[in-house]
Design a protein around this ligand. Structure first.
Ligand SMILES: Nc1ncnc2c1ncn2[C@@H]1O[C@H](COP(=O)(O)OP(=O)(O)OP(=O)(O)O)[C@@H](O)[C@H]1O
Length: 298
């Protein structure tokens, strides 16, 4: 978990989405979408309801097979994975992509610590050699168990959950459950972490704790993050890069500041009809020019 591990062997973007399309019957949910997520960045995918954000996530994480297009992930080592061709469990296990869901999914009857140990099941099974003898006798399995407890403790501390380690996960307040989900994803040692609305339902204090956790993940592990988020205070505060979708297409792509001031984005969020967009863009540009002019006079 040292910062040294964040050194990258390749400068390629961690994720390249090229000409992605996803059709559900007669509905084109994603239409020829291309974008990149840079290594080490927090990239946010935003857009009005129904814009196609979750569909993109599901294509990246293997829950959907896209109708067309390529989704390439490049690991630090330079190894490439064509995610659109892989089943979801291989995307997690081999490409090292972890995700959380819009609705919290965890084992609410298990303790907080147990949830983090279950997440490391794959690693423990490999250490057992997939045999009962391995489980009972191998020193390698014992070492792996100790290591998985250490990893769990590290993420419990990072997520500010150490004092709740032995409580049933279902007893945690909502914001803490969201942090537990992220800690659980991090226990699998991902290179790319996909978070579906991590701030949904959080109060302002919980949102701040979430921002802190995500920043520390980026800084301490170099894990790249892709998140869908409606809470603009979270997006603007922590993202390095924002991509805006509307009707399955990209309408803006840049820094939070660039996107915030993009008239097309403002029009999309105001829910303006297609034929009125040009008009609204002109009005917004006029307002921006006036404000810019006034700013210069001060
Ligand atoms: N499994 C599916 N079958 C049919 N239509 C779907 C399916 N999943 C998504 N859609 C449709 O695709 C479009 C994009 O949906 P998606 O959930 O990706 O949008 P979103 O931007 O994530 O929305 P929200 O912000 O409301 O979660 C919507 O019109 C939705 O109804």
């Amino acid at each position: 978990m040292s910062a040294l591990e964040t050194n990258t062997m390749t400068n390629e973007p961690i994720l390249k989405v090229e000409h992605l399309s996803m059709r559900f019957g007669g509905l084109m949910a994603i239409n020829d979408l291309s974008f990149e997520a840079r290594r080490g960045d927090i990239t946010a995918l935003i857009g009005p309801n129904g814009a196609g954000k979750t569909t993109v996530f599901n294509c990246v994480t293997g829950f959907y097979k896209p109708t067309m297009g390529m989704v390439t992930m490049t690991q630090r080592s330079g190894k490439k994975f064509l995610l659109e061709r892989m089943p979801d469990f291989e995307i997690t296990r081999d490409a090292k992509v972890a995700r959380t869901f819009q609705n919290i999914r965890m084992f609410s009857g298990l303790t907080v610590l147990e949830n983090l140990l279950v997440a490391q099941h794959n690693m423990l099974m490999r250490a057992s050699g997939f045999t009962i003898l391995g489980l009972l006798g191998f020193a390698g399995y014992r070492r792996a168990t100790e290591q998985s407890i250490e990893i769990a403790k590290y993420w419990l501390e990072k997520a500010d959950l150490l004092s709740r380690a032995d409580d049933p996960a279902g007893d945690l307040p909502y914001g803490a459950q969201r942090r537990l989900e992220i800690a659980r994803a991090m226990c699998t040692g991902p290179e790319f972490l996909c978070l579906d609305e991590p701030a949904a339902g959080l109060n302002p204090r919980e949102s701040l704790a979430l921002n802190e956790l995500l920043r520390s993940i980026r800084q301490d592990t170099g894990t790249s993050i892709l998140l869908i988020e409606h809470d603009m205070s979270v997006v603007m505060e922590i993202s390095d890069h924002v991509i805006v979708l509307e009707y399955g297409q990209k309408i803006s792509d840049g820094t939070p500041e660039e996107v915030k001031n993009d008239p097309r984005v403002i029009a999309a969020y105001l829910g303006v009809e297609d034929e009125e967009v040009e008009e609204v863009i002109e009005e917004i540009e006029e307002i921006q020019e006036t404000e810019g002019g006034q700013g210069g006079k001060h």
